[in-house]
Design a protein around this ligand. Structure first.
Ligand code: HEM
Length: 359
């Protein structure tokens, strides 16, 4: 039996049983592979095809500015955003200094910071079931992220394989970033994982897909209209639109500060502070007059602003930097050597299969 003491300490025996059952169901604890698998390239392509088939309305059209998103586009954005966030949350528990956490196929879905992610894993899990004997959860989750990013029009990212899953998924790392804070906090969070500010800015652009959901964090809305498309809209929206400071108050979440554009789009403090000086790292949302950095305006967001401006101008540069940072994130905490998938002798004939060419 695996060590479950982390969450046993605060729960009754009945609760323990309930949580254990749930953990086993959702995280597959008892079947958790804890040695590296060598995936073949054929297996990788099969897994990608099966994950892609899960994306609702994978070929939905692009939206014009101000157009309402259709339920089909929304469903696509929800799934794509959810899978990318699942990968981010798995990898981002890493601490370079403590040498723990990271991309280990484990998330504590009972941690409020992970709200909404249990449902995403439930959608992926039937596919994972078919591969759990050959693929770790961490490799599968990594593969899911690069599949949805590509399907949403993003870069075609090649990753290595052989991630080993952690034995337990119950750790409350307390390391997830706070949406109320700003740039100094972003810097600290990413530095803890070993990322530079440039890499942090590149990764934050993933908010271009998906949205905030009222039921998860008390906020509702996407960062960009085309929440189902992986493009550099996050950066130019941040620079070009007028953003108004707002606070959403709900009984469950209390006051949630954020930045609103025309009651359609939102940015969190942690987003907007990459290009706007919002007066420091303060939990009180009602402080300071925001002003945009750049040009003659020197302010303490200057370093991050430079990269926001660069990515707003060149999607190509963003795709390149995002891809490198994403590969790094998906490798955090994996001590062993990660390897490219193993090609097979018959890989040529495999490539010729007609369904394969639609990738
Ligand atoms: C300071 C850092 C960050 C904070 C405070 C933050 C916070 C949040 C919050 C509050 C949500 C809304 C979740 C919901 O309501 O369901 C969200 C969504 C999301 N986050 Fe972040 N995030 C951060 C960084 C990142 C990074 C670096 C990535 C990826 C590289 C990322 C990917 C996503 C995605 C794709 C969604 C949309 C999820 C969906 O549509 O279900 N986030 N984030």
């Amino acid at each position: 039996m695996k060590d479950v003491s982390g969450w046993c300490a605060q729960t009754s025996f009945g609760e323990v049983l309930l949580v254990m059952t749930r953990n086993i169901i959702f995280f597959g604890l008892l079947t958790s592979p804890n040695s590296a698998f060598a995936l073949t390239c054929r297996q990788v392509e099969d897994i990608k095809a099966d994950i892609r088939a899960l994306i609702p309305n994978a070929d939905g059209p692009y939206l014009e500015y101000g157009q309402e998103i259709t339920p089909a586009q929304r469903a696509r954005g929800d799934f794509i955003g959810g899978v990318v966030r699942l990968g981010w949350h798995d990898g981002s528990t890493y601490s370079q200094e403590d040498s723990n956490g990271g991309m280990d196929g484990c998330l504590n879905f009972d941690d409020p910071a992970n709200k909404g992610l249990r449902g995403i894993w439930q959608e992926l899990r039937p596919v994972y079931r078919n591969y759990e004997d050959v693929c770790s959860r961490a490799d599968f989750t990594s593969l899911a992220t690069i599949t949805v990013i590509k399907a949403a029009g993003g870069p075609d990212i090649e990753i290595p394989y052989g991630r080993v899953d952690a034995d337990e998924c119950d750790e409350d790392w307390g390391r997830f970033p706070s949406l109320k804070k700003s740039r100094d906090h972003v810097r600290k969070v990413f530095r803890r994982m070993g990322f530079t500010m440039q890499e942090a800015v590149a990764l934050m652009g993933a908010h271009t897909v998906g949205r905030c959901e009222l039921k998860n964090f008390g906020l509702e809305g996407p960062w960009a209209e085309n929440e189902h498309v992986f493009d550099n809209a996050y950066y130019h929206k941040m620079l070009d639109l007028v953003w108004e400071r707002k606070v959403e108050v709900t009984e469950e979440f209390g006051s949630q500060p954020h930045w609103d554009h025309a009651k359609m789009l939102l940015m969190l403090n942690t987003d907007i502070s990459l290009a706007w000086n919002i007066d420091g790292d303060n939990d009180d949302p009602n402080h300071g007059d925001p002003h945009k950095c750049g040009g003659d305006m020197q302010c303490d967001t200057q370093n991050s602003y430079r990269h926001v401006a660069r990515y707003a101008q060149s999607q190509e540069e963003w795709f390149e930097d995002f891809s490198s940072a994403w590969i790094k994130l998906l490798s955090l905490g994996q001590d062993g050597d990660l390897q490219k998938c193993e090609s097979e002798e018959d890989s040529d004939s495999y490539d010729d299969r007609s369904w394969f060419s639609s990738w």
